[in-house]
Design a protein around this ligand. Structure first.
Ligand code: ATP
Ligand code: NCN
Length: 203
């Protein structure tokens, strides 16, 4: 396979937003621009997943999801990528480890919505992820409390950076995480799929 991995300059801080993006929507674009502002990031890479390991339902084909993601997210500091497909990784701990090998001079920050923080302790090697990269968590409607009460939040409470100091996350040593209470957008892929149309569309 020919790799088409994105370029990153030495010393840059790249936020990684992983997701099924089935389909991408305004909520994803919104948290991405908020993360750029609030966490002191240079760039964000979207990692369009070959398939979430915790979801039994297979997503729409990757090229179709990539094409929609590129329509939804157009920003000079954001790149939509199929890195996990290229690397053959499905679990985030593996993806992060490979990226750190491939880009030793770059700093990575893992980004996620509050719903994923609430379930984070179910991810493979989640503590290794916590101990390896700083994590930025963005508010999502109905999920702020569950994220703050989550197992990961409890165990790593001493390593939480208050939201008003979010700009320090990019240069913090892991473990470090920060929840930011940004203005919320209630878009969701589940709701879009339920309205119909997305699965009927060809790539
Ligand atoms: N409206 C939103 N507000 C905050 N975070 C969001 C929002 N939508 C998605 N995210 C976050 O973006 C990442 C990728 O989300 P994903 O592709 O699963 O979209 P989704 O709308 O949650 O999909 P689904 O409804 O199929 O679970 C996750 O970290 C998720 O928490
Ligand atoms: O590594 C895991 O065990 C794991 C479990 C669930 C989700 N993830 C990742 O979390 C990101 C969000 O997934 P999703 O399907 O909720 O959009 C995406 O990058 C997934 O690969 C990762």
């Amino acid at each position: 396979m020919r790799y088409t991995m994105p370029y990153a300059a030495p010393g840059q801080v790249i936020g990684l937003l992983g997701g099924s993006f089935d389909p991408a929507h305004a909520g994803h674009a919104h948290i991405t621009t908020e993360a750029l502002k609030r966490f002191g990031l240079d760039r964000v890479w979207w990692l369009v997943s070959p398939g979430n390991p915790l979801k039994s339902r297979g997503p729409e084909p990757l090229p179709k999801r990539m094409a929609r993601a590129r329509e939804v997210m157009q920003h000079p500091r954001v790149e939509v990528t199929d890195i996990e497909d290229q690397l053959g990784t499905r679990f985030t701990a593996q993806t992060v480890a490979r990226l750190r090998q491939l880009y030793p001079q770059v700093r990575f920050v893992w980004l996620m919505g509050a719903d994923n923080m609430a379930q984070f302790h179910q991810w493979q090697d989640w503590r290794r992820i916590m101990e390896t990269v700083p994590i930025g968590v963005l508010a999502r409607p109905g999920q702020r409390i569950s994220a703050r009460m989550s197992r990961a939040a409890g165990l790593y409470a001493p390593y939480r950076i208050p939201g008003r100091f979010g700009h320090l996350l990019a240069r913090a040593e892991a473990p470090a995480w920060c929840f930011v209470n940004v203005p919320m957008n209630d878009a969701s892929s589940t709701a879009i799929r339920a309205r119909g149309g997305w699965s009927a569309q060809t790539g």
